[in-house]
Design a protein around this ligand. Structure first.
Ligand SMILES: C[S@@+](CC[C@H](N)C(=O)[O-])C[C@H]1O[C@@H](n2cnc3c(N)ncnc32)[C@H](O)[C@@H]1O
Length: 218
């Protein structure tokens, strides 16, 4: 969690809240022991760790060699590689393809759209895009982040050139539907105690099967 910045001043997330969040996502996806899960931007593996402990087969890519080494060290047998998100392998397919706290770092919406297409191509059952900055709440998010480190000027000095990318909820839902997913749903990030949560959302979409038909709810 520390390696992924989840206990930093902005995030300030407790381990209990994090376990509860991962369990909630696992339940939403009907994730079970033995399922395969791939994460784009898997970092030090904070999100995948609880799934690995539940007996899921986890893998991921991240552009940071140090974080990939850390994830490989704490999850023996899992498959982590250093790669840019756009270069993620779409084969072999896995049950679930996830991303948490990563889309905010992408260089453009075009790039994000291409990553979504690759994620959908790799997924057999569902795709989860988590912790995306909400474009409708950009002003409030930036004010809160600036206030947390002593004002707008200090914030601008420290984070010049490192601006987050914000996403319209509708844009994300449309990309998932256009890529072929069903039952697409956008939900507010309600992770208890997480400082960024009020300004972030998650998107879930499912691969079509006999029981699922294309739809979108907000
Ligand atoms: C806040 S951390 C989240 C890590 C992990 N997903 C989690 O929730 O524990 C963001 C991660 O995204 C990775 N990242 C950012 N942009 C990326 C890109 N274009 N391709 C691959 N990884 C990227 C960073 O290296 C970092 O490990």
């Amino acid at each position: 969690m520390t390696a992924g910045g989840l206990d930093s001043g902005f995030a300030n997330l407790s381990e209990d809240a994090w376990h509860a969040f991962v369990a909630d996502v696992a339940q939403r996806l009907s994730l079970r022991e033995g399922d395969s899960v791939f994460e784009v931007g898997s970092g030090g593996g904070a999100f995948l760790y609880d799934l690995w402990r539940r007996g899921c087969v986890v893998s991921g890519v991240d552009r940071s060699p140090a974080l990939v080494s850390l994830a490989a060290e704490v999850m023996p047998g899992a498959d982590f590689a250093v790669a840019d998100a756009l270069a993620m392998p779409t084969r072999p397919r896995v049950d679930f393809v996830l991303s948490h706290g990563v889309f905010l770092y992408f260089p453009s919406h075009e790039y994000a759209g291409a990553v979504i297409e690759a994620m959908v191509a790799k997924a057999r059952r569902a795709v989860a895009l988590m912790d995306l900055p909400d474009a409708a709440l950009r002003e409030q998010a930036e004010a809160a982040r600036a206030a947390a480190i002593g004002g707008a000027e200090a914030y601008a000095r420290r984070y010049a050139g490192l601006e987050h990318r914000y996403y319209e909820r509708e844009w994300v839902a449309e990309r998932l539907v256009a890529a072929g997913l069903c039952d697409v749903v956008i939900v507010a990030n309600e992770t208890r105690g997480y400082g960024n949560a009020p300004f972030r959302f998650h998107a879930f979409g499912f691969v079509a099967d006999d029981t699922r038909r294309p739809s979108f709810t907000d």
